[in-house]
Design a protein around this ligand. Structure first.
Ligand code: ZN
Length: 105
């Protein structure tokens, strides 16, 4: 049985924030970006490099457990641009940070 992987490291988080350059959803250059799971934890998402994006407090609170594409549409945010950037940034960062089998204590 696979263990739950909640393994986003500080270095990965810093890289995510640098790659997005602000809130992943509304692009606000918020000072205090929060870790948001694109696929919510309640929907099977995890705190991993490919599933976490930086979000401003407003987007994080609004999105909550919503399904991301439907939420983006309701907020009139650019769903397509988000999905393309999310794909590109995830691909780039997972190359830079290959999955490690070890766990952080
Ligand atoms: Zn935002």
């Amino acid at each position: 049985m696979a263990r739950v992987v909640n393994d986003l490291t500080d270095a990965q988080w810093d890289a995510l924030k640098a790659a997005w350059g602000g809130c992943a959803y509304c692009t606000a250059p918020a000072a205090a970006l929060q870790k948001d799971c694109v696929q919510a934890i309640s929907r099977g998402g995890r705190y991993t490099l490919g599933n976490v994006v930086p979000a401003c407090g407003s987007c994080n609170a609004s999105k909550c457990n919503a399904e991301v594409t439907g939420w983006l549409r309701r907020k009139k945010l650019d769903e397509r641009t988000f999905l393309v950037r999310h794909y590109e940034i995830s691909a780039e960062l997972t190359t830079r940070f290959p999955a490690e089998p070890s766990t952080v204590d």
